[in-house]
Design a protein around this ligand. Sequence first.
Ligand SMILES: [Zn+2]
Ligand SMILES: [Zn+2]
Length: 331
Amino acid sequence: MHAMILKKIGAPLEWTERPDPLPGPGEIRLKISACGVCRTDLHVVDGELPNPRVPIIPGHEIVGRVDMIGPGVGGFDIGERVGVPWLGHTCHVCGPCLGGHENLCDHPEFTGFTRDGGYATLAVADARFAFPLGEKGEDAALAPLLCAGLIGWRAFKIALRCAGRIERLGLYGFGAAAHILAQVATRQGHEVFAFTRPGDLASQDFARTLSAVWAGGSDEEPPEKLDAAIIFAPVGALVPAALRAVRKGGAVVCAGIHMSDIPSFPYALLWEERQLVSVANLTRRDGLEFLRLAPELGIETTTKIYPLSDANRALADLRAGVFDGAAVLVP
Ligand SMILES: [Zn+2]
Ligand SMILES: [Zn+2]
C-alpha cells in the first residue's frame, strides 16, 4: 500500500510504501477511494492535540470498499461501500461508554490520530465503527460528511437542546462543516447567519449561495440577535463575539477539537442564562442519523479534489483558507 505518513510532528507528510495491513479480529480492510481533509488533521500534524502518536497516517473521513474481512465480523460484504469516521474504537466498559456517551470514552481510539487513517490506499478499521454508505452519491462527495457533516450535526443538536428553539443560527467559520450544516439547518426551517474571517468576501458569497440569510465578518454583529451560534473556527476570540451575538437564554457551541485561548470577557456576556458548551467527537448514533438524513435532505458538498500524494498541498491550502467547502484526497 501507499500512504502519506506523518513521521515527525510538524514535518511534512512523506509518501511511503508499506506492506498491506491485514484486518485482525473484529476488523475490516478497505480499499480507499476518497478521504476528506479535516481541520483536525492540521492539529494532528502541528502536535496541538494531547498525546500525539507518530508515525501515523492521518485522515478520518474515509470512504472505501471492503476488500477483506477479519475473523468475527458480520454484516459486511466484500465490495460494500463504507465510511470510517474519527471515532475509531471505544472500550464499551468505562463510565461514559456505559452511560451512552461513547464520544467521551476513557480509552478511545481515533482514526488518523491514534490508529492509522485514510491518507492511504488501504485502511483497517474496527468494523463496529464503520458506517454502511449505500450506493447513492460519489465517493469524494460523501467523504466530508464523515466528520465535517457529523460534527456539525452533533453541534446543531446540542445547540437546539440548549437554546430550546432556534430561528436564527449563527455559524462562525464557514468551512467544510458550516457549508454542510447551513444546508441542513436551512432545509429544516432555520435561518443561517454566516460569519467568516473579516474581509473574506468570497466565503461570504459562498455562504449566501447556500441560503445564508446574512453573511459578514466575525467582527460584525448580526442585524438581529441569534438564538444560537456554533463556532467552527479554532479561534478563542470568537467566543465572546458569539456570546455578544446571542439572545438571552441562547447558546454558543464550540465545535472544534482545539482552539486558541479564550480571552477574558465581561460576565454580562454570559449573564441572562446564555450557555457556553463544547462538543467532543461523535457517537455512532450521530453517524447513523446524519448519514440517513443527508441524502433525504439532498445535501450537496463542495469539494476540492487533490491526488493523495498532494496531501501536504491540501493541508497548506486548508490552513490558508484558499478554497471553499472541503478538500478531499483521492488515491
Ligand atoms: Zn469507554
Ligand atoms: Zn474531523
